[in-house]
Design a protein around this ligand. Structure first.
Ligand code: HEM
Length: 473
């Protein structure tokens, strides 16, 4: 999972940091959760990871230690400390999840230092709200197509797993916004290849590296999926260059057309491929998980669902939503915000301290891994009264304007804040509005749905719901 880190101190930049941080004299021990000899808190953590993290923070305080076998981690749950790591001193706190590197290469999520800064500068304009406007149509169009299928299910009184439905939907949206019409026929094939690669990555988190090199069928499937992704992306890039279509309106076109303001240089084909896989991976699963939780929470809160339906009726009537409606769909958007508070898809953000630091009066040694968990901070009672309650009003009409910035950080923060946050919020709000306009989703009774903290906070075993047609199509 997040526990596998690259060595720090490898780059010139990191070496310089290690030398320049002044020596600290803070000596108090970071409070820690009581654990067993040798394994520490690992058994508790493996059994109930989220509950264990909440306990670590509640019992240990703003800076608390958790020992997982021989490794120790510090969990920072106070917004000021989160701000310090992500925004105030980001150069001293690096990421580097080495096991996903095989799929993501040197894409934005994995990149560090000056190479990351250059890539971020190049890609930022593609994710500007204005550039995203054209994608609203794809988002609404794909949702409408999904609903046509649901209507057939509804007339046959068949339930469906909305968690799986949301994954398929966000996959189709990201493939279409990325490649436009270029993958019309092979959209399914590339989506399948990405799916296989993602499953391979999940396995790679829990098996040792040497096992990934054995000629096992699963490893072969993984390699084949990577080749399919590479070949498809490189072929599309080649065809576009040959046809002089380098500046398309889709995300790939934006990546191919991006030029460094200082040097005028663009990205290499290899770098474009890495950014494409990164955006695909980072850009659909998180939104799918958020939407799945939104349906679950709405089905448990009929008053809130009624409020959304009323807003959708008032703002849209029978017409399909567009980008210009987002400013009026404020309650729908608050539902998305509140869903991301309770079930932040990126439930854990980790960083490794390059040089020694001081946080909350404690000495943080160089090399220490820090956990920042939106799931934990979003449930602090001092910041969020009735933290377990689903209440979109917290984000509505200026309520909570006095909360510290990092009381809420579902998209991270500082220079490495999620580049796709406007994309995700636009997508989630438009999907909720489009679905609510046409149908009602009732939870199939008798299910126990639990958040499973892996790469994202997926609801397991799924969210089975019965769609009922209510409105315009
Ligand atoms: C609800 C949906 C989403 C959530 C909760 C989410 C969350 C996050 C978080 C917490 C980070 C920062 C991780 C860290 O600092 O270690 C991040 C980074 C990133 N996200 Fe998202 N994300 C979402 C949707 C998207 C979408 C739709 C895209 C692209 C279309 C995207 C692309 C990225 C990329 C490329 C990064 C790396 C940015 C960098 O390091 O410069 N994300 N995301």
């Amino acid at each position: 999972m997040f526990i596998s880190f690259k060595q720090t101190g490898e780059t010139q930049e990191e070496k310089a940091l290690q030398q320049t941080v002044p020596h600290l004299r803070v000596s108090a021990e970071v409070p820690r959760l009581k654990g067993l000899p040798l394994v520490g808190n690992l058994p508790q953590f493996q059994r109930r990871p989220l509950a264990t993290l909440l306990r670590v923070a509640r019992e240990g305080g703003d800076v608390a230690r958790i020992d997982l076998a021989s490794e120790r981690f510090y969990l920072l749950s106070h917004p000021e400390h989160v701000r310090h790591v992500l925004q105030e001193n980001p150069r001293n706190h690096v990421k580097g999840y080495d096991k996903v590197a095989v799929l993501l290469g040197n894409g934005l999520v994995m990149n560090e230092g000056s190479s990351w800064r250059r890539q971020r500068r190049l890609m930022q304009p593609a994710f500007h709200r204005r550039r995203l406007a054209g994608f609203a149509e794809v988002m609404v169009g794909e949702t409408a197509e999904m609903l046509d299928g649901w209507e057939a299910q509804a007339s046959a009184e068949k339930s469906l797993d909305v968690a799986m439905e949301m994954t398929l939907l966000t996959q189709r949206i990201i493939v279409k916004t990325m490649f436009g019409a270029d993958v019309a026929e092979e959209g399914e094939r590339i989506a399948r290849a990405f799916g296989t690669a993602l499953r391979g990555i999940d396995t790679r988190f829990v098996i040792p590296l040497w096992m990934t090199r054995l000629p096992l069928p699963a490893n072969r499937r993984f390699e084949r999926a990577l080749s399919t992704i590479d070949e498809t992306v490189h072929r599309i890039i080649r065809e576009r260059r040959r046809g002089g279509r380098e500046d398309g309106d889709d995300l790939l076109g934006m990546l191919m057309g991006a030029r460094d303001e200082e040097t005028g240089e663009g990205m290499s084909d290899r770098q474009i491929r890495d950014e494409v896989t990164t955006i695909y991976l980072a850009g659909h699963e998180t939104t799918a998980v958020t939407l799945a939780w939104a349906w679950y929470l709405l089905s448990k809160s009929p008053d809130v669902a009624r409020g959304v339906r009323e807003e959708v009726r008032r703002v849209l009537g029978d017409r399909t939503p567009g980008i210009e409606d987002l400013k009026d769909l404020t309650y729908t958007r608050a539902v998305v915000d509140e869903t991301l508070r309770l079930y932040p898809a990126a439930w854990m953000i980790s960083r490794k301290a390059v040089g020694e630091d001081e946080i909350g009066g404690y000495r943080i040694p160089a090399g220490q891994v820090l956990f920042l968990s939106p799931y934990v901070t979003h449930r602090r009672e001092d910041l969020w009264p009735n933290p377990e309650g689903f209440d979109p009003h917290r984000f509505f009409s200026g309520d909570g304007d006095d909360r510290p910035r990092f009381a809420y950080f579902p998209f991270g923060g500082g220079p490495r804040i999620c580049i796709g946050n406007s994309f995700a919020l636009m997508e989630a709000t438009l999907v909720v509005a489009t679905v609510m306009q046409r149908c009602r989703l009732d939870l199939v009774p008798g299910q126990t749905v639990e958040p499973t903290p892996k790469g994202t906070l997926r609801p397991r075993p799924g969210v089975w719901m019965m769609p009922r047609v209510t409105g315009a199509s």
